[in-house]
Design a protein around this ligand. Structure first.
Ligand SMILES: Nc1ncnc2c1ncn2[C@@H]1O[C@H](COP(=O)(O)OP(=O)(O)O)[C@@H](O)[C@H]1O
Ligand SMILES: [Mg+2]
Length: 358
């Protein structure tokens, strides 16, 4: 069952001659119990889509349904046939800036919305304490936000969103204020929490590793449109477009000429050699973009059938491996090595099924 359905949503900032289209026909859904990541580069419209679903921005066309209930419907000539205010949409919202009240305790920050709804104080106490303990904050109810770490503040913001038992929670870059190490811990915590409580969540992020780690499905937004959607595995391993392929991983992009193409097989001219590749896009012309993930390039010292020969330019130590850059003229290729490499010429093998052409 879908807890959220968005159909052909259009949204402009500004109006008339100065209208700036931001969402250009976005359709998506979220199933009960599902975690969907809304991924895309900065400015692609992720926050705008989340805010439109929440009722904080007004689209000009399309529909938004929460569960069975329609909450937005565009009308004739850019009017609105139906538009429920944010407070009637019953969604849990977590913003990038946690937006906690500095002069309220943790307990009161979380209880505030229930008080507004005139819930009995006994019931408020039980509910707030339940949510705080679900989030591992049970002992911090009397503290003020400035007495908490960044990770704890972020959990208070989540507790505040969950206290109403909303059918859907919307999170906008909820981990981006945490430093790198805390961020990895927090994403595991958040994933585990969402699954344990059976929540349905739509989470915005610009970080593809975070999107893959946390979600069941990824929607990749490109300039106000969904570029591709699918499981993290399918987005990473079988991108349909060059944009998706480039966004989802760490890549080598090589200038190439198409020599021959038959079905999904392609023969390319790359750096003076002919290589077998896999055709993923519709590319018809002679010039093509070949792409291979950095981790798929195999480094060797002797000639390989599907590879090119380049000198080592430099290597960088990453702790668990070395990242090596091979370069000659226009051709440059990055690859990982377990060990430090001596200077010299190397063969870089690019397996045909991992060398993609778009
Ligand atoms: N209130 C606003 N008024 C005008 N333009 C805006 C407003 N908010 C965002 N934009 C523009 O809309 C585009 C999408 O913004 P946003 O949805 O915040 O992107 P993202 O969250 O993907 O980084 C950007 O070009 C941004 O400059
Ligand atoms: Mg944003």
């Amino acid at each position: 069952m879908n807890v959220l359905t968005v159909n052909d949503l259009h949204l402009d900032y500004g109006s008339g001659a100065s209208a700036n289209p931001i969402l250009k026909g976005v359709s998506m859904h979220l199933q009960r119990g599902e975690v969907v990541a809304l991924l895309g580069p900065s400015g692609s419209g992720k926050t705008t889509l989340l805010r439109a679903v929440a009722g904080l921005e007004s689209p000009k066309a399309g529909t938004i349904d929460i569960g069975e209930r329609r909450v937005f419907e565009g009308g004739a000539k850019g009017g609105r046939a139906l538009e429920l205010p944010a407070e009637e949409r019953n969604l849990g919202l977590v913003f990038q800036s946690y937006a906690l009240w500095p002069h309220k305790t943790v307990f009161d920050n979380v209880a505030y919305g229930l008080k507004l709804r005139k819930m009995a104080s006994r019931a408020i106490k039980d509910k707030v304490n339940e949510v705080l303990s679900q989030l591992g904050l049970g002992h911090l109810g009397e503290r003020f936000p400035h007495q908490l770490s960044g990770g704890q503040q972020q959990r208070v913001a989540i507790a505040r969103a969950l206290v109403y038992n909303p059918p859907v929670i919307l999170l906008d870059e909820p981990l981006s204020n945490l430093d790198a190490k805390l961020r990895e811990e927090a994403r595991a915590f958040l994933r585990e929490l969402i699954v344990r409580l059976g929540l349905s969540a739509l989470m915005v992020t610009h970080d593809q590793a975070e999107a893959m780690a946390i979600s069941d499905r990824i929607l990749l937004l490109n300039n106000g449109k969904i570029e591709q959607q699918g499981t993290p595995q399918s987005m990473y391993e079988a991108p349909d477009t060059l944009f998706t392929a480039e966004f989802m991983g760490s890549n080598n992009r090589l200038p190439a000429q198409m020599v021959q193409r038959s079905g999904s097989g392609a023969r390319l001219q790359v750096g003076g050699r002919e290589l077998n590749a896999t055709a993923r896009g519709l590319g018809e012309g002679k010039d093509a973009s070949a792409l291979i993930r950095v981790e798929e390039v195999k480094i060797g010292r002797s000639p390989v059938p599907n590879g090119i020969e380049l000198p080592l330019l430099t290597s960088m130590y990453l702790g668990d491996r070395w990242e090596c850059l091979f370069k000659s003229g226009d051709a440059h290729v990055r690859a990982y090595s377990k060990h430090r490499l001596d200077p010299g010429q190397y063969w870089l093998e690019m397996p045909a099924e991992k060398l993609w052409v778009f």
